[in-house]
Design a protein around this ligand. Structure first.
Ligand SMILES: [Cu+2]
Length: 56
């Protein structure tokens, strides 16, 4: 397992957190639409760490 300490913690469009940590990401939606999101760590997308924002 890769620790969050080994990866960048904050980017403009992503957060990397260790278990038990919390964080906040502010995203301004400019269109009424849908946006898919997912975890990019290996195997996490396949394990279901994904979803969809529906802005309407
Ligand atoms: Cu993940």
């Amino acid at each position: 397992m890769v620790s969050g300490a080994d990866r960048p913690h904050h980017e403009a469009n992503a957060l990397t957190l260790d278990p038990g940590q919390s964080g906040e990401l502010v995203w301004t939606f400019t269109h009424r639409d849908a946006l898919d999101f997912a975890c990019t760590l290996p195997g996490h997308y396949e394990a279901g760490m994904k979803g969809r924002f529906v802005i309407g």
